[in-house]
Design a binder for this molecule. Sequence first.
Ligand code: UDP
Length: 236
Amino acid sequence: MKKMEQLYEGKAKKVFATDDPAIVIVDYKDDATAFNGVKKGTIVGKGAINNRMTNHVFRLFEEQGIPTHLVEELSDRETAVKKVEIVPLEVIVRNVAAGSFSKRMGVEEGRALLCPIIEFSYKNDDLGDPFINDDYALALGLATAEEIDTIKNYTRKINEIMKEYFRNAGMKLIDFKIEFGRLPDGTIILADEVSPDTCRLWDVNTNEKLDKDRFRRDLGNVEEAYNEVFRRLGLD
Ligand code: UDP
């Protein structure tokens, strides 16, 4: 497979065309942003960690019947993936109150929720990814009812797989964000990434934060946290 011209550069990844029109290459960067791009920085080694961790978790999902965009890991930072049209929804799952949920609802961070929450944001940087519900998505044509149903079913299953996976490595899965894409025939598959950029992970005993909140909130030891997650998952 030949890497060709760059198609797109996002906040954390670049996307390149290949000689196969159905396949693109994602190239993970060490760049970190927060608060809709207002805070910028570098987390040395993050690109390689996020690439390898995403691919590992996506293989687990595939084994459990959840289709993903993964085709082949090409290097530390590069992976060939199926080209999709991204469904413009950030699908967020919450098991424990944190972040914007805690603020919005006035609930202290760390309070366990009685059941997992699936919520949607409209993926739109200019608007700051506003919180929406199913009806917004349907009314604006962001996804069909059938697609939303598929997305929610996959998401519930992904949460169960991930909770157990991280728990076995000494971490609590507080919340996370995933994105789905459409293949040309309309099939919904998991795309984007699963990493400490997109999950909140707390040490199971001490509640120490092992994720991007260390960068967002200037808690220090950012690289150490990413490396620690990688090590605990046995990926190093
Ligand atoms: N998240 C993400 N990208 C975003 C917004 C959120 O990956 O653009 C993840 C975030 O890392 C956390 C979860 O989604 O694991 C829930 O984030 P929240 O809505 O609490 O927003 P935040 O407090 O991060 O602004």
